[in-house]
Design a protein around this ligand. Structure first.
Ligand code: MN
Length: 325
């Protein structure tokens, strides 16, 4: 009996050594490396969701709120609609979304391919070209419409954009509506050494480079462009809700693979975020301090109470959001 036990134990020891020789050098190092508290944990990698049309111009996957209990997981970010690369046929009439209101939030539009045009009830009009960001603070209320830019619409072809909604803190809900039109060339750029790529700081800060957008609560937003095999690493505040959308390409984030159109949710803890591009990639990094305030949402309005939602509907019906044809 003793001898048999010995053989068995020996067999397992041998197998263990064999696996360790064959794979240990590759896998073990990776696992140990990224379970090290030096690195921020990955809570999950979310697959692309089903798509739905917003108006007739935006074919989006909704990563949050998504009605699956993620409503508060990314606060103050409230909604992420991503139109992954889609080919639209040429059209003489621009596809898009007609006049609609917003109150209590900011809507931020990023264009990657094709162009988005907009008009609002404050008389603003603009075109969001690839790389540009349009940061609209709806605040107390605005009407706008968003549609394919006319030249793009007539030619058709690849279209890729996303819209992010940021919830406003209670004390800023009714701030005056405004725009920040951020052209690609004006985004502060941090060039990574060795031609690895660039980090454009849209909001907040990246290693002492300040972002261009002004925000109503503490937020960091990075537009990251990595070349193949390019990598970068940085830290973000442990308590900030943090996620990374893989717009193009594919990356490894702290040991987890994330393919195109996937979303990486990070844990709320300290530690470095280490990103390596498997192939040329464009990423959107979102990180913000949770608002921790009650909210009620109804379509394009996000307020703190039911009463405020009723008021928003009443104000909209009474023309208090202005006029836009
Ligand atoms: Mn809108």
């Amino acid at each position: 009996m003793k001898r048999k036990d010995f053989i068995k134990a020996g067999t397992f020891a041998g197998l263990s050594a064999m696996f360790s020789n064959a794979f240990g050098g590759i896998f073990r190092e990776k696992t140990e490396h990224f379970t090290d508290p030096k690195y921020r944990g990955v809570e999950g990698v979310w697959s692309p969701t089903n798509t739905h049309m917003v108006g007739n111009g935006f074919k989006v996957m909704n990563f949050f709120p998504n009605g699956k209990g993620f409503e508060e997981r990314m606060s103050p970010f409230f909604l992420l609609d991503f139109n992954a690369e889609t080919n639209f046929p040429p059209s003489e009439i621009s596809r898009g979304v007609g006049v609609h209101p917003h109150r209590g939030i900011e809507t931020i539009t990023f264009a990657y391919k094709g162009g988005v045009e907009h008009h609002d009830s404050k008389g603003n009009h603009g075109i969001i070209n690839p790389g540009d960001v349009q940061w609209m603070t709806a605040g107390g209320g605005v009407l706008h419409k968003e549609y394919h830019e006319q030249t793009y619409s007539k030619s058709g072809g690849a279209f890729e954009m996303l819209q992010l909604w940021i919830n406003l803190p209670k004390k800023h809900k009714m701030t005056d509506a405004k725009y920040q039109s951020i052209a690609h060339g004006t985004k502060p750029e941090v060039k990574l050494p060795g031609n690895k790529g660039s980090i454009y700081v849209v909001a907040g800060e990246y290693k002492n480079t300040k972002g261009i957008a002004s925000t109503f609560s503490p937020i960091h937003i990075y537009d990251i462009h990595l070349n193949e095999k390019g990598d970068c690493n940085f830290t973000l505040p442990p308590g900030f809700n943090t996620g990374i959308l893989v717009v193009d390409g594919s990356v490894n984030v702290n040991g987890k693979e994330a393919a195109e159109n996937h979303y990486v949710q990070l844990k709320n803890e300290g530690g470095e975020i280490q990103i390596t591009a498997n192939k040329k990639a464009i990423l959107l990094v979102l990180s913000g301090e949770p608002l921790n305030e009650p909210y009620v949402s109804y379509g394009p309005f996000v307020m703190n109470t039911e009463e405020e939602i009723k008021q928003a509907i009443e104000d909209y019906n009474n023309g208090k959001f202005g006029f836009l044809k």
